[in-house]
Write a protein that binds this ligand. Structure first.
Ligand code: ATP
Ligand code: MG
Length: 465
């Protein structure tokens, strides 16, 4: 069996992995730098699996990967790295990496991963992706690492994927990455935003139409399903798709064929479907506005993107990336952000998630007066000092609560939990809405919950008016 190659400039990592792999009965060869790997490849040697660090002196792991891809396109590659500057993880996947292993890793799972990679038969590997115009995806928060790993894991798959996450969390970016790392990477990536297309045009947008199918249909036109043949069809905002079309879509997904509007001939649907929504589809299924069978068909693999406020540790990384990019676009020097200003951003809620942060950075690049961004340069809603009177909760209300609970328990009330929790939430919502004149967005912000959560609670608790 061909050896597993390990490239790392850190001798302790080489040592630990080498020993663990030998113990696992795998042949191993270690390299201290990428040049040595290239030399071995030039000499005609071939590994079973390549495990490579990203940041090494001389040639970087990413460059190494690009070169390896060219000579051995099907080779399983595992990328290890301690950090993710400029989305090194994803950049590595752009080279077609098999898996991403963030450091520090535990040896047992590393060996497991390598063994799995060794079993994978080196297939025909996706063609070299154009590295240059790719939008990198950044994130070192665990939830994002999970997403990157999933992209790597799915890279040989054609499975339907459902991407969920609030607006601006990067759903489309992930859909594109999934496509580029799929066996269909050479085919087209076609996106359609279900919410943006008028209901009565959506069907012909999706499936195309024949000449004369309806008034105004002067010419036959292929739909997105046909345009995406051999590639990926990205159904954005799937939660907004009208029920009749959900029915048609379901049929297409199960029969793998469809008809143009007004057409007689069945066409083969050779597409991989990736769907995305910011809505709560389970809730829509319960409410009857989304077909349960379609939901199950789409929900084969689910990727959930965290809201930005769930991963404040990524804000600094994103800010410096966006500031640099805006400056490059405008041909000026990149601004820097002061610690104080960064602290404000880390505390801010970002209802518009990464997109909002991206726009903010662009605005700051244009508008902030100095080279260094200070808190006073930020928009008012972000500028605020943390509320000085974030009051310690007084315990008298807790005492009242305890008394109320005891009274109900002793009276044998069987719904104590529900009744009191509902009362509690109702009180919070009413109070917050009263302080914001009924503005839900603001109220949600102040309560520290998402707007959708607030809306749902308002409905559930019957506070609608
Ligand atoms: N992890 C990330 N790293 C870098 N840029 C990101 C990241 N996530 C999102 N972005 C950027 O933020 C913007 C919003 O991303 P995207 O359009 O993918 O979000 P979305 O979830 O599809 O939003 P919506 O629900 O509003 O359509 C894009 O410009 C995208 O490039
Ligand atoms: Mg989107």
């Amino acid at each position: 069996m061909k050896p597993v190659w390990i490239v790392d400039d850190d001798p302790s990592i080489r040592f630990v992995l080498e020993r663990a792999l030998i113990r696992a009965d795998l042949a191993v060869r270690v390299f201290a730098d990428p040049q040595a790997v290239l030399a071995a490849l030039d000499a005609g040697e071939v590994p079973q699996v390549l495990v490579s660090d990203i940041r090494m002196p001389g040639l970087s792991g990413i460059e190494l990967l690009a070169q390896v891809r060219r000579s051995l396109p099907g080779l399983p590659v595992i990328v290890t790295t301690a950090y993710t500057d400029l989305g090194s993880a994803v950049a590595a996947f752009e080279g077609g990496a098999f898996e991403y292993l963030p450091k520090p890793f535990d040896v047992v799972s590393a060996v497991e991963l390598i063994r799995r990679a060794a079993i994978e038969s080196p297939g025909p590997g996706p063609a070299e992706a154009g590295l240059s115009e790719l939008q990198p995806m950044l994130g070192q928060a665990p939830a994002m690492q999970e997403v990157f790993r999933a992209i790597g894991r799915l890279s040989h798959s054609d499975a339907t994927v459902l991407i969920t996450g609030a607006s601006g969390t990067g759903k489309e970016l992930v859909a594109q990455a999934l496509h580029r790392h799929s066996p269909r990477a050479d085919g087209p990536f076609v996106a359609i935003n279900t919410a943006a297309i008028p209901k009565d045009l959506l069907e012909s947008e999706l499936f195309g139409h024949e000449r004369g199918a309806f008034t105004g249909a002067q010419l036959a036109r292929p739909g997105r399903f046909e345009q995406a043949a051999g590639g990926t069809l990205f159904l954005d905002e799937i939660g907004d798709m009208p029920l009749e079309l959900q029915t048609r879509l379901l049929r297409v997904l199960s029969d793998r064929q469809f008809y143009r509007v007004g057409g007689q001939q069945a066409l083969r649907a050779n597409v991989r479907v990736i769907a995305a929504t910011h809505q709560d589809l389970e809730q829509q299924v319960r409410a009857g506005s989304f077909r349960e069978d379609l939901y199950h068909r789409l929900n084969v693999i689910r990727l959930r993107l965290p809201a930005l406020r769930e991963r404040p540790e990524d804000i600094a990384l994103l800010v410096s990336f966006f500031l640099a990019r805006s400056a490059r676009e405008l041909g000026i020097a990149a601004k820097r952000i002061s610690d104080a200003a960064l602290q404000r951003l880390v505390r801010y809620e970002f209802p518009g998630n990464v997109r909002q942060l991206e726009n903010l950075c662009h605005w700051l690049t244009v508008m902030a007066p100095g080279q260094r961004i200070e808190p006073e340069d930020l928009p008012p809603e972000m500028r605020a000092e943390p509320a000085p009177d974030a009051r310690q909760p007084s315990d008298d209300w807790l005492a009242l609560l305890a008394r109320e609970a005891r009274a109900r328990l002793e009276a044998g009330d069987s719904q104590v939990w529900k009744t009191l929790c509902d009362d509690f939430e109702r009180t919070l919502l009413r109070t917050a809405l009263a302080t914001t004149d009924g503005q839900r967005q603001q109220a949600a912000l102040r309560l520290g919950i998402g707007r959708n959560t607030l809306t749902r609670k308002v409905q559930e608790l019957g506070l609608d008016d």
